[in-house]
Write a protein that binds this ligand. Structure first.
Ligand SMILES: Nc1ncnc2c1ncn2[C@@H]1O[C@H](COP(=O)(O)OP(=O)(O)O)[C@@H](O)[C@H]1O
Ligand SMILES: [Mg+2]
Length: 311
């Protein structure tokens, strides 16, 4: 069975759950990755990203629930599925002492239909010396070998577990360009990360996981819109912070003379209405910080956080 371009869902997870004994890896994950999109799978260490990816590839079996990948059952159609996927594991382990070129030639042969030129072009882009034995390579160079083997057969679906780890900033940018080009070529990309900035640069949508649960799934733009903002309002006369402190969504209010600074989570109108009761000289809003939005998801569900801070 072959992946058909007419299928519009590349990955479907339904109630996908994996417990390691009593320890939660991922629980009740419901998620669809549309064909042709880049989905960023974001979360801090231990959130369940690698567990999810291993479930999708049948390197782990779910405790409950089910995944469909490229229209296939990861378990039943494992071999067919893996031929159509480019997979970069989170922890790369290359046994043996062969040169990068030898290993990649082996991968190219087992997958079939891979031109050696595709391999050398990718190696050149990533500035990877294929003649080096892999066991002598730095973590970053090993990561590049992993990336070359994931991309070299132009798979319908790329599943990349923390793909930029170990890459220097220049190579991270090159990698992000590769992801954009893959998407432009109609490929689907599912990439995990704990770095918002990089996901923000390439992803169409972002799924945020924390403690084995999906806590948000949004288009990158809307994640930015509902983000936390820092505002600075310059009034003509000094104002009373008490007027602003209890407005919905407003926190961290400080006033020095006629300048009010605060943090706004969500809609701006309550603050703007309150401010308009005074003469406003200037109003500055800093760019919504996705990193902060990202963190606020975690703090919101942290529960005891405030008690601990007050104690
Ligand atoms: N083989 C395992 N045995 C027991 N617990 C595991 C195992 N692998 C992962 N876990 C636990 O499952 C949770 C999710 O881990 P993981 O999927 O590796 O997260 P991430 O990739 O987001 O860092 C963590 O609490 C982790 O300790
Ligand atoms: Mg991981």
């Amino acid at each position: 069975m072959l992946w058909r371009m007419t299928d519009d869902i590349a990955v479907r997870a339904e109630d996908l759950t994996k417990f390691y004994g009593t320890r939660r890896g991922i629980e009740a994950l419901n998620l669809q990755v549309n064909a042709g999109e880049v989905l960023g799978f974001l979360g801090p260490n231990g959130a369940g990203k690698t567990t999810t990816i291993r479930l999708l590839l049948d390197f782990l079996r779910p405790t409950r629930g089910h995944a469909t990948v490229l229209g296939l059952d990861p378990r039943r159609d494992k071999a067919a599925l893996h031929r159509q996927i480019g997979y970069l594991p989170g922890e790369l382990a290359f046994p043996g002492r062969e040169r990068a070129a030898d290993l990649l030639r082996f991968f190219a042969r087992t997958r079939g239909g891979v031109s050696w030129q595709a391999v050398t072009e990718l190696a050149e882009r990533l500035e990877l010396d294929l003649s080096r034995p892999i066991h002598t390579m730095s973590k970053g160079n090993k990561q590049k070998v992993g990336l070359v083997q994931a991309f070299m057969h132009a798979p319908a679906l790329l599943v990349l577990d923390e793909p930029t780890s170990g890459l220097d900033p220049l190579m991270q940018q090159e990698f992000l360009t590769m992801v954009r080009q893959a998407r432009d070529a109609g490929q689907t990309v599912f990439m995990s990360s704990h770095v918002l900035a990089e996901v923000q640069q390439v992803a169409d949508r972002v799924a945020i996981v924390r403690d084995g649960r999906l806590v948000a799934l949004e288009r990158v733009e809307s994640l930015g819109r509902r983000a936390v903002r820092h505002l600075e309002i310059h009034f003509e006369e000094p104002v009373d912070p008490a007027e602003f402190a209890s407005l919905p969504g407003v926190s961290d209010v400080t006033v020095s003379g006629p300048v009010l600074r605060c943090t706004v989570d969500g809609r701006l109108s309550p603050l703007v209405r309150a401010a308009a009761r005074h003469e406003v000289v200037d109003l500055l809003s800093t760019e919504p910080d996705l990193e902060e939005t990202f963190l606020s998801y975690y703090y919101e569900s942290e529960g005891a956080g405030h008690d601990a801070a007050d104690a």
